[in-house]
Design a protein around this ligand. Structure first.
Ligand SMILES: Nc1ncnc2c1ncn2[C@@H]1O[C@H](COP(=O)(O)OP(=O)(O)OP(=O)(O)O)[C@@H](O)[C@H]1O
Length: 240
Protein backbone atom coordinates (compact mmCIF):
# COMPACT_ATOMS: atom_id res chain seq x y z
CA UNK A 1 0.00 0.00 0.00
CA UNK A 2 1.40 3.40 -0.90
CA UNK A 3 2.03 5.60 2.10
CA UNK A 4 -0.29 8.54 2.31
CA UNK A 5 -0.24 10.98 5.19
CA UNK A 6 -3.68 11.49 6.68
CA UNK A 7 -2.68 13.20 9.95
CA UNK A 8 0.08 15.78 9.92
CA UNK A 9 0.92 17.82 13.01
CA UNK A 10 3.82 20.24 13.45
CA UNK A 11 4.76 21.87 16.75
CA UNK A 12 1.26 21.54 18.09
CA UNK A 13 0.32 22.59 21.60
CA UNK A 14 -2.82 21.22 23.20
CA UNK A 15 -4.58 23.34 25.80
CA UNK A 16 -7.64 22.66 27.92
CA UNK A 17 -8.83 26.11 28.80
CA UNK A 18 -5.63 27.81 30.02
CA UNK A 19 -3.97 24.53 31.03
CA UNK A 20 -1.15 23.40 28.70
CA UNK A 21 -1.55 19.62 28.29
CA UNK A 22 0.89 18.84 25.44
CA UNK A 23 3.56 20.79 23.60
CA UNK A 24 6.06 20.25 20.78
CA UNK A 25 3.87 17.63 19.15
CA UNK A 26 5.05 16.82 15.63
CA UNK A 27 3.61 13.64 14.18
CA UNK A 28 2.69 12.24 10.81
CA UNK A 29 0.41 9.26 10.47
CA UNK A 30 -0.26 7.42 7.23
CA UNK A 31 -3.30 5.56 6.01
CA UNK A 32 -3.03 1.90 6.92
CA UNK A 33 -1.16 2.51 10.18
CA UNK A 34 -2.27 1.05 13.49
CA UNK A 35 -1.16 3.37 16.26
CA UNK A 36 -1.38 2.91 20.02
CA UNK A 37 -1.52 5.96 22.28
CA UNK A 38 0.12 5.05 25.56
CA UNK A 39 0.77 7.03 28.72
CA UNK A 40 -0.33 7.53 32.29
CA UNK A 41 -3.75 8.78 33.31
CA UNK A 42 -3.89 12.49 32.62
CA UNK A 43 -0.98 12.43 30.15
CA UNK A 44 -3.20 13.90 27.43
CA UNK A 45 -4.32 11.00 25.23
CA UNK A 46 -7.99 11.96 25.18
CA UNK A 47 -7.13 15.64 24.73
CA UNK A 48 -4.94 14.71 21.77
CA UNK A 49 -7.78 12.73 20.19
CA UNK A 50 -10.20 15.61 20.85
CA UNK A 51 -7.83 17.93 19.00
CA UNK A 52 -7.82 15.58 16.02
CA UNK A 53 -11.62 15.47 15.82
CA UNK A 54 -12.09 19.17 16.36
CA UNK A 55 -13.54 19.06 19.87
CA UNK A 56 -10.55 21.07 21.12
CA UNK A 57 -9.56 23.97 18.89
CA UNK A 58 -6.02 23.98 17.59
CA UNK A 59 -4.60 27.39 18.51
CA UNK A 60 -0.87 26.74 18.38
CA UNK A 61 1.13 24.92 15.72
CA UNK A 62 -0.04 23.45 12.44
CA UNK A 63 -2.40 20.55 12.02
CA UNK A 64 -3.91 18.85 9.02
CA UNK A 65 -6.35 15.96 9.44
CA UNK A 66 -7.97 14.30 6.42
CA UNK A 67 -7.40 17.42 4.38
CA UNK A 68 -8.78 19.84 7.00
CA UNK A 69 -6.57 22.59 8.36
CA UNK A 70 -7.34 22.40 12.08
CA UNK A 71 -6.19 25.91 12.86
CA UNK A 72 -8.47 27.51 10.31
CA UNK A 73 -11.40 25.17 10.92
CA UNK A 74 -14.48 27.10 11.99
CA UNK A 75 -16.77 25.49 14.57
CA UNK A 76 -19.62 25.16 12.09
CA UNK A 77 -17.34 23.19 9.73
CA UNK A 78 -16.38 20.63 12.39
CA UNK A 79 -19.22 18.24 11.32
CA UNK A 80 -17.53 17.96 7.91
CA UNK A 81 -14.27 16.91 9.57
CA UNK A 82 -16.22 14.40 11.69
CA UNK A 83 -17.49 12.69 8.55
CA UNK A 84 -13.90 11.82 7.73
CA UNK A 85 -13.30 10.35 11.18
CA UNK A 86 -14.96 7.46 12.98
CA UNK A 87 -14.86 7.70 16.77
CA UNK A 88 -15.16 4.81 19.23
CA UNK A 89 -15.38 5.29 23.00
CA UNK A 90 -14.85 3.05 26.00
CA UNK A 91 -18.51 3.21 26.98
CA UNK A 92 -19.90 2.54 23.46
CA UNK A 93 -22.29 5.55 23.59
CA UNK A 94 -25.11 3.87 21.72
CA UNK A 95 -28.65 5.25 21.81
CA UNK A 96 -30.39 2.91 24.23
CA UNK A 97 -33.95 3.65 23.09
CA UNK A 98 -33.61 2.15 19.61
CA UNK A 99 -32.38 -0.90 17.75
CA UNK A 100 -28.91 -1.42 16.32
CA UNK A 101 -30.27 -0.70 12.82
CA UNK A 102 -31.81 2.54 14.04
CA UNK A 103 -28.61 3.55 15.82
CA UNK A 104 -26.81 3.36 12.50
CA UNK A 105 -29.67 4.98 10.62
CA UNK A 106 -29.64 7.87 13.07
CA UNK A 107 -26.01 8.70 12.20
CA UNK A 108 -26.68 8.22 8.50
CA UNK A 109 -29.59 10.64 8.48
CA UNK A 110 -27.61 13.16 10.52
CA UNK A 111 -24.83 13.02 7.94
CA UNK A 112 -26.97 13.46 4.87
CA UNK A 113 -28.06 9.95 3.86
CA UNK A 114 -31.54 10.03 2.33
CA UNK A 115 -32.46 6.89 0.40
CA UNK A 116 -34.02 4.27 2.61
CA UNK A 117 -32.90 1.32 0.51
CA UNK A 118 -29.29 2.52 0.30
CA UNK A 119 -29.26 2.97 4.06
CA UNK A 120 -30.63 -0.51 4.67
CA UNK A 121 -28.12 -2.09 2.32
CA UNK A 122 -25.23 -0.20 3.89
CA UNK A 123 -26.37 -1.12 7.41
CA UNK A 124 -26.46 -4.79 6.50
CA UNK A 125 -23.01 -4.58 4.95
CA UNK A 126 -21.57 -2.77 7.99
CA UNK A 127 -23.10 -5.19 10.48
CA UNK A 128 -21.81 -8.15 8.49
CA UNK A 129 -18.34 -6.58 8.48
CA UNK A 130 -18.31 -6.37 12.28
CA UNK A 131 -19.76 -9.86 12.71
CA UNK A 132 -23.31 -8.84 13.67
CA UNK A 133 -25.11 -9.53 10.41
CA UNK A 134 -28.16 -11.03 12.11
CA UNK A 135 -28.48 -8.68 15.08
CA UNK A 136 -29.65 -5.42 13.60
CA UNK A 137 -33.10 -5.72 15.16
CA UNK A 138 -31.75 -6.01 18.71
CA UNK A 139 -31.64 -3.20 21.23
CA UNK A 140 -28.29 -2.32 22.85
CA UNK A 141 -29.32 -3.81 26.22
CA UNK A 142 -29.91 -7.15 24.46
CA UNK A 143 -26.27 -7.31 23.39
CA UNK A 144 -23.06 -8.16 25.25
CA UNK A 145 -20.45 -5.45 25.84
CA UNK A 146 -18.32 -6.80 23.00
CA UNK A 147 -21.29 -6.81 20.65
CA UNK A 148 -22.17 -3.25 21.64
CA UNK A 149 -18.62 -2.19 20.88
CA UNK A 150 -18.92 -3.86 17.46
CA UNK A 151 -22.03 -1.77 16.82
CA UNK A 152 -20.08 1.33 17.84
CA UNK A 153 -17.35 0.35 15.38
CA UNK A 154 -19.93 -0.21 12.63
CA UNK A 155 -21.32 3.25 13.42
CA UNK A 156 -17.81 4.71 13.20
CA UNK A 157 -17.48 3.21 9.71
CA UNK A 158 -20.79 4.57 8.36
CA UNK A 159 -19.24 7.26 6.20
CA UNK A 160 -16.21 5.17 5.23
CA UNK A 161 -13.75 7.46 7.02
CA UNK A 162 -9.99 7.28 6.50
CA UNK A 163 -9.37 7.61 10.23
CA UNK A 164 -10.70 5.70 13.23
CA UNK A 165 -10.03 7.17 16.68
CA UNK A 166 -10.66 4.80 19.56
CA UNK A 167 -10.39 6.00 23.16
CA UNK A 168 -9.82 2.91 25.33
CA UNK A 169 -12.27 0.84 23.26
CA UNK A 170 -11.50 -2.33 25.20
CA UNK A 171 -11.50 -0.66 28.62
CA UNK A 172 -14.82 -2.24 29.64
CA UNK A 173 -14.28 -5.63 28.04
CA UNK A 174 -12.86 -8.94 29.24
CA UNK A 175 -9.53 -10.12 27.74
CA UNK A 176 -11.07 -12.50 25.22
CA UNK A 177 -13.60 -9.98 23.97
CA UNK A 178 -10.88 -7.30 23.87
CA UNK A 179 -8.88 -9.59 21.66
CA UNK A 180 -11.79 -9.93 19.24
CA UNK A 181 -12.32 -6.17 19.14
CA UNK A 182 -8.61 -5.69 18.49
CA UNK A 183 -8.74 -8.13 15.58
CA UNK A 184 -11.57 -6.10 14.13
CA UNK A 185 -9.77 -2.77 14.56
CA UNK A 186 -6.62 -4.30 13.11
CA UNK A 187 -8.45 -5.59 10.06
CA UNK A 188 -9.79 -2.06 9.53
CA UNK A 189 -6.22 -0.70 9.47
CA UNK A 190 -5.20 -3.49 7.14
CA UNK A 191 -7.91 -2.27 4.79
CA UNK A 192 -6.16 1.09 4.55
CA UNK A 193 -7.55 3.21 7.39
CA UNK A 194 -5.41 4.90 10.01
CA UNK A 195 -6.51 3.53 13.39
CA UNK A 196 -5.43 5.36 16.55
CA UNK A 197 -6.22 3.68 19.82
CA UNK A 198 -5.60 4.92 23.37
CA UNK A 199 -5.06 2.04 25.76
CA UNK A 200 -3.48 0.93 29.02
CA UNK A 201 -3.56 -2.73 28.01
CA UNK A 202 0.05 -3.83 27.58
CA UNK A 203 -0.92 -7.44 26.89
CA UNK A 204 -2.94 -6.38 23.88
CA UNK A 205 -0.10 -4.19 22.68
CA UNK A 206 2.33 -7.10 22.89
CA UNK A 207 0.00 -9.24 20.85
CA UNK A 208 -0.87 -6.68 18.18
CA UNK A 209 2.37 -4.93 17.37
CA UNK A 210 1.57 -1.44 16.11
CA UNK A 211 3.33 1.88 16.27
CA UNK A 212 3.35 3.45 19.72
CA UNK A 213 2.92 7.13 20.48
CA UNK A 214 4.20 7.60 24.03
CA UNK A 215 2.67 10.41 26.05
CA UNK A 216 5.22 11.54 28.59
CA UNK A 217 6.63 14.71 30.12
CA UNK A 218 3.99 16.87 28.48
CA UNK A 219 4.73 15.80 24.93
CA UNK A 220 4.46 12.81 22.59
CA UNK A 221 7.27 10.57 21.44
CA UNK A 222 6.02 9.71 17.94
CA UNK A 223 7.52 6.21 17.80
CA UNK A 224 8.64 4.63 14.58
CA UNK A 225 6.29 5.08 11.68
CA UNK A 226 5.30 2.00 9.77
CA UNK A 227 3.63 2.15 6.43
CA UNK A 228 1.75 -1.07 6.76
CA UNK A 229 0.16 -2.86 9.65
CA UNK A 230 2.14 -5.94 10.64
CA UNK A 231 0.08 -9.07 10.52
CA UNK A 232 -1.31 -10.08 13.85
CA UNK A 233 0.31 -13.27 15.20
CA UNK A 234 -2.86 -15.24 14.93
CA UNK A 235 -4.09 -13.31 11.94
CA UNK A 236 -7.47 -14.39 10.76
CA UNK A 237 -9.51 -12.98 7.93
CA UNK A 238 -12.70 -13.96 9.67
CA UNK A 239 -13.91 -11.61 12.34
CA UNK A 240 -16.06 -14.10 14.19
N1 LIG B 1 -12.50 19.52 31.21
C1 LIG B 1 -11.27 19.70 31.72
N2 LIG B 1 -10.96 20.82 32.39
C2 LIG B 1 -9.73 21.02 32.89
N3 LIG B 1 -8.72 20.12 32.79
C3 LIG B 1 -8.96 18.98 32.16
C4 LIG B 1 -10.25 18.68 31.58
N4 LIG B 1 -10.20 17.47 31.00
C5 LIG B 1 -8.94 17.00 31.21
N5 LIG B 1 -8.21 17.91 31.90
C6 LIG B 1 -6.79 17.77 32.29
O1 LIG B 1 -6.01 17.62 31.11
C7 LIG B 1 -4.97 16.68 31.30
C8 LIG B 1 -5.05 15.59 30.24
O2 LIG B 1 -6.25 14.81 30.41
P1 LIG B 1 -6.66 13.68 29.36
O3 LIG B 1 -8.05 13.26 29.73
O4 LIG B 1 -6.42 14.15 27.99
O5 LIG B 1 -5.61 12.53 29.73
P2 LIG B 1 -5.63 10.99 29.34
O6 LIG B 1 -4.22 10.64 29.01
O7 LIG B 1 -6.65 10.74 28.29
O8 LIG B 1 -6.05 10.30 30.69
P3 LIG B 1 -6.77 8.86 30.97
O9 LIG B 1 -5.74 7.82 30.68
O10 LIG B 1 -7.10 8.95 32.42
O11 LIG B 1 -7.99 8.80 30.11
C9 LIG B 1 -5.13 16.16 32.73
O12 LIG B 1 -4.22 16.88 33.54
C10 LIG B 1 -6.55 16.50 33.07
O13 LIG B 1 -6.66 16.73 34.45
Amino acid sequence: MASETIIDLTNVQVFIKKHLVLSNVSIQINKGEFVFLVGKNGSGKSSFLKTLYGELKLEHGEGNVAGFNLKELKRKKVPFLRREIGIVFQDFQLLTDRSVNDNLKFVMKATGWKEKRKMEEAIQELLTKVGLGTKGFKFPHELSGGEQQRVAIARALVNDPDIILADEPTGNLDPETSNEIMKLLFSIAQNGKAVLMATHDYELMAKFPGRKLSFEKGTIDPGIAKVEVPNEKNASQSID
